[in-house]
Design a protein around this ligand. Sequence first.
Ligand code: RTP
Ligand code: MG
Length: 144
Amino acid sequence: LKIDIMAGNRTFTMIKPDAVENGHIGAILEQITASGFRIVAMKLTQMTRRDAEKFYEVHAERPFYGELVEFMSRGPIVAAILEKENAVEDFRTLIGATNPEDAAEGTIRKKYATSVGENAVHGSDSDENAKIEGAFHFSGREMF
Ligand code: RTP
Ligand code: MG
């Protein structure tokens, strides 16, 4: 019953290499936790090119795929699993539109993203992908 109640209440995020390079880890984590998300798993890590190719496999045919893989593997990221009621949707609202120029005022991408490609944060787009993406980065004993 506990598991049923919690189902769908987690999302997966990455603070992307641009935001790490620009010194925004602390501010972004502060905004995330102040918005009611609990950190369930978290690490500073770096994806290899191969990791990034696999993580973004769904975009393999898109024109920006090569650039995206290069960008996401060029430096460290913060990977995290977050818990909150309605986590996937609420987190997408908190980060804002893919292109920071279109992102609402006060959203993480509006404040910290560089461009449509280098847009500071990732947020899973479904409960199913949140599970897949969380498992890509974390083992069971790293989730709390
Ligand atoms: P994310 O997956 O990172 O949370 O972003 P999203 O859902 O808002 O955007 P998505 O369509 O899934 O695209 C994944 C990431 O690819 C890069 N991108 N570049 N140059 C471009 O036109 C372009 N479009 C997308 C961004 O890093 C985007 O977040
Ligand atoms: Mg996406």
